[in-house]
Design a protein around this ligand. Structure first.
Ligand code: SF4
Length: 423
């Protein structure tokens, strides 16, 4: 049977598994990350018990008892933070928004740190009209900018962007130009590899844009790369018919996300004007990052960093996203859904979260789960529970469960419904 892997936002729908007596005995097609997720389902390390910290020790609860306790904690909170959601199905996110509405809570996820802004910018540029299947069939120049898919999105190159043959890439990798721009040499294969000094991305994009538009060298350049290397890339770009740019934290995590994205979009506009089709898509890791944004937009009109109030939903990322909320002490309890903020938030925000009463839902015992007052094991999306998610290009994918979760373990959606009923 086939399952959809939720190991990353590629949502590979072609993973074949052989199930005997309710257990996976063999799988084909998954990468090392996806395989680890399948392996975890039947691992002795699997997190399977509902645990509450009471009077300094851990107490085992049933699922129903845990839902009551979590509802009690949220009800007695002045202003809870409901955080995570990008590794949950659209249905669970939708239920989370309902919970947030009932509790007048903050609602946010890791996207408010980096990728949310980029996804919204790509959305406004219309880049999600292009799918990865379109890239596979038609793109003849692939650029990875500040991204290393060989070690993070293992099947991006083999399933979509580099190696497969396509209508206009009849010889697969031999029909495409591969360009990698980064601050270090990575394992991602490239014909053109441009190694920049940190912080030079926008300047390189501006130089490329100028040369695409004018055909001239810029009068001065402070770039560490020689202009002849940049001119060679410009020639390759102008000789391409469809350039697909995929970018990652190298562009977004350098404190210059807005400047870099503006420069990137000026470059894509310049190429379009020069008759070269061009799209630029971010590579968020969490499997349902696009689903998080689209569900929030559909149900509230805002993409992330939501503050539910009696007067309506407010969105002002400088005040209503996770870091300022925690650093300013605005939340007094939290519900963390399939996310590990204690391992990923800036120190001050993580320290504040750790000091709050909070519940954490996950299928593995992460650092965040280990520090939670209420530790809630949940089923693995796509393998043990179904639903809907959006791939990194916005294509809707159906998740169909293939095996049963461990006894007594619910999906995050089922558990959240119980919490909601207890409010
Ligand atoms: S590339 Fe991502 S979705 Fe595909 S098998 Fe690997 S982890 Fe799973």
């Amino acid at each position: 049977m086939e399952v959809t892997c939720t190991g990353c936002s590629l949502l590979c729908e072609d993973i074949k598994i052989i199930v005997e007596n309710g257990r996976i005995v063999k799988d084909f097609g998954s990468c090392i990350v996806g395989n680890e997720k399948l392996r975890m389902a039947f691992s002795p390390e699997r997190f399977k018990e509902y645990l509450a910290v009471e009077d300094g020790s851990l107490k085992r609860l049933s699922g129903d008892e845990m839902a009551e306790k979590v509802a009690e904690m949220l009800k007695s909170s002045r202003k809870p933070l409901l955080y995570g959601w990008c590794n949950s199905t659209c249905e669970a996110i939708s239920l989370g928004l309902k919970l947030a509405g009932k509790l007048n809570a903050y609602f946010d996820g890791p996207l408010s740190l980096y990728y949310g802004y980029a996804i919204m910018a790509a959305r406004e540029k219309g880049f999600y009209k292009t799918t990865l299947d379109d890239v596979r069939e038609n793109a003849d120049h692939i650029i990875f900018w500040g991204a290393n898919p060989a070690e993070t999105f293992h099947r991006h190159m083999s399933k979509f962007s580099v190696f497969p043959r396509g209508l206009k890439a009849e010889r697969g990798v031999e029909s495409r130009i591969l360009t990698v721009v980064d601050v270090r040499k990575t394992r991602t294969v490239a014909h053109n590899r441009l190694i920049l000094q940190p912080g030079e991305d926008a300047a390189l994009m501006e130089a490329l844009t100028y040369m695409v538009e004018t055909g001239q060298y810029p009068s001065e350049s402070k770039l560490s790369l020689p202009l002849r290397r940049i001119a060679s890339l410009v020639r390759d770009l102008k000789n391409s018919s469809f350039v697909a740019i995929f970018y990652g934290l190298g562009l977004l995590g350098s404190g210059k996300a807005e400047e870099n994205l503006s420069a990137l979009h000026r470059l894509t506009d310049a190429l379009e004007k020069a008759g070269v089709r061009c799209v630029a898509m971010p590579l968020p890791g969490h499997y349902n990052s696009l689903g998080f944004i689209e569900t929030c937009l559909k149900e509230t009109g805002h993409p992330y960093a939501l503050n539910f109030t009696p007067e309506g939903v407010k969105h002002s990322p400088a005040e209503t996203s996770v870091v300022p909320i925690l650093v300013k002490g605005e939340a007094d309890a939290a519900l963390i859904v399939s996310s590990n903020p204690l391992a990923s938030l800036p120190f001050k925000a993580a320290q504040t979260l750790a000091s709050l009463p909070f519940a954490a839902l996950d299928y593995v015992e992460t650092l965040t789960v280990k520090h939670a007052k209420y530790r809630v094991p949940v089923a693995i999306s796509g393998l043990e529970t179904g639903g809907t998610a959006l791939r990194l290009d916005g294509v809707e994918m159906k998740l169909n469960p293939a095996v049963e979760p461990p006894e007594g373990i619910l999906s995050d959606e089922e558990f959240l419904r119980k919490v909601y009923e207890n409010l």
